[in-house]
Ligand binder design. Structure first.
Ligand code: PMP
Ligand code: GLU
Length: 426
């Protein structure tokens, strides 16, 4: 309206006014919100690797974080039964009661935590559980403390909620873990949330009980801060027992646990996650979900009951999967340590390595100069046909992320290609 009125005052013909107005409209088609949002770098790298594969290149994709196992048969059977029993109608927005009861049982059995089914909201993947929680808690301008390296989507979800991320960083020397002193320093009167994952994507680091206790002690002094504890890699933990920050009773009502079946049960495509929270927050997540998606797929929910009722300690299938990841971790650690200039921690969980690679910055091969980790990943994709993710996406531009959720054969071949291609950089 304003544009056309101003153009008319310039004495332009009406057809020109219409043309210019429609160009102006096109330029403003998308919201500022979407312009500010970055594409998920993990998914973008996977897309690029798929495109190269389609062109006939033999690409090894170490960029996506998903188990390469099939979903166990007994879980698939539960989905088939659900279809036969006509679980094809809208489920309750926050999830079927028997699924939420099964999750409450799992929390007691595996984590020693007591929650009621009303405190659980089942969502379309852990990703939606995270978004629901963030949108339920963050007001414009609120600060969300995010330890880096962080998972790629945290800061983008904060942006969507119009919050401000406050990043605190930890490097490879400290196993990428932040200290209570760093946390204390980052807290301001605007701090609303602290969000982290343990086991961590992208570093594989696992906070010990003592380390979590020392962070909890800081939160005790700041009762206005909520803690989002992303435990999606709970089962892929080589250190032994999973430790949740929700175990500290003094802060438990402010902890929101995010979890799901994607990683531990090889169910990424089923899109099934959940949050566990104080009743008021759970109700808020339910309200948001009621307007956005109406809840997670009915069939996936029925399958998830079979998954979460599985006692990991007694499941041969799960124990085999975890043992396979650990064996691959050890194999890949050895191979990575043989690549000059890669500095890595020993990841205790998840299925990623996040080596520091600054040794290569400033080096070149012909016209190609490596200025940062994005250049390095592009170089390795183009020349070695190995897809990785630049550390920038996770808040540490000195590192790159390699997923080892693939076969030994591919890991050996990928490490060989990376080593040989990097050796060409002078
Ligand atoms: N949190 C972390 C740390 C992750 O790596 C992922 C990746 N899938 C998610 C959340 C999202 O999980 P989902 O696939 O269940 O949405
Ligand atoms: N979480 C996985 C990853 O980090 C899957 C991709 C995504 O959801 O971004 O690679």
């Amino acid at each position: 309206m304003l544009v056309s009125r101003n153009l008319i005052s310039l004495n332009l013909s009406s057809s020109n006014v219409n043309r210019i107005t429609s160009i102006a409209k096109d330029m403003n088609k998308l919201s500022d919100r979407i312009s500010r949002l970055a594409e998920s770098e993990t998914l973008a790298m996977t897309r690029r690797s798929r495109e190269l594969k389609e062109q006939g290149f033999d690409v090894i994709n170490l960029s996506i974080g998903q188990p390469d196992f099939n979903t166990p048969d007994y879980i698939k059977d539960a989905a088939r039964e659900a279809l036969d029993q006509n679980y094809t109608f809208y489920p309750p927005v926050n999830g079927y009661l028997d699924l939420r009861k099964a999750i409450a049982l799992k929390l007691k059995r595996d984590n020693g935590l007591e929650y009621s089914p009303e405190q659980i909201v089942v969502s379309t993947g852990a990703k939606q559980a995270l978004a629901n929680t963030m949108l339920s808690l963050v007001n414009p301008g609120d600060e969300v403390i995010v330890p880096a390296p962080y998972w790629v989507s945290y800061r983008e979800i904060v942006k969507l909620a119009e919050g401000t991320s406050v990043v605190i960083s930890a490097g490879v020397e400290t196993d990428f873990k932040v200290t209570p002193a760093q946390l204390e320093q980052a807290i301001t009167p605007k701090s609303k949330i602290f969000i982290f994952s343990s086991p961590c994507n992208p570093t594989g680091s696992v906070y010990s009980r003592e380390e979590l206790a020392s962070l909890a002690a800081v939160f005790e002094k700041h009762p206005e801060i909520y803690i989002i504890s992303d435990e999606i890699y709970e089962l892929i933990n080589f250190k032994g027992k999973h430790e949740s920050i929700a175990q500290f009773a003094s802060i438990r009502n402010r902890v929101i646990i995010i979890n799901g079946v994607s990683k531990g049960f090889a169910m990424t495509g089923w899109r099934l996650g959940y949050c566990v929270a104080d009743l008021e927050i759970a109700k808020a997540c339910d309200k948001i979900q009621g307007q956005f998606t109406s809840g997670a797929s009915s069939i996936s929910q029925r399958a998830a009951i079979a998954a979460v009722l599985t006692n990991p300690a007694e499941s041969e299938e799960l124990q085999n999967m975890i043992a396979t990841f650990k064996r691959r971790r050890d194999l890949f650690l050895k191979l990575i340590n043989e690549i000059p200039g890669f500095k890595t921690n020993v990841p205790d969980g998840a299925f990623y390595f996040f080596p520091e690679v600054t040794w290569y910055f400033g080096k070149k091969n012909g016209e190609t100069v490596i200025a940062n980790s994005t250049d390095l990943c592009n170089y390795l994709l183009d020349k070695a046909h190995v897809a990785l993710v630049p550390g920038e996406a996770f808040g540490n531009p000195n590192c790159i992320r390699l997923s080892y959720a693939t076969s030994d054969k591919e890991l050996i071949e990928a490490a060989k290609r990376i080593k040989e291609t990097l050796a060409l950089l002078k």
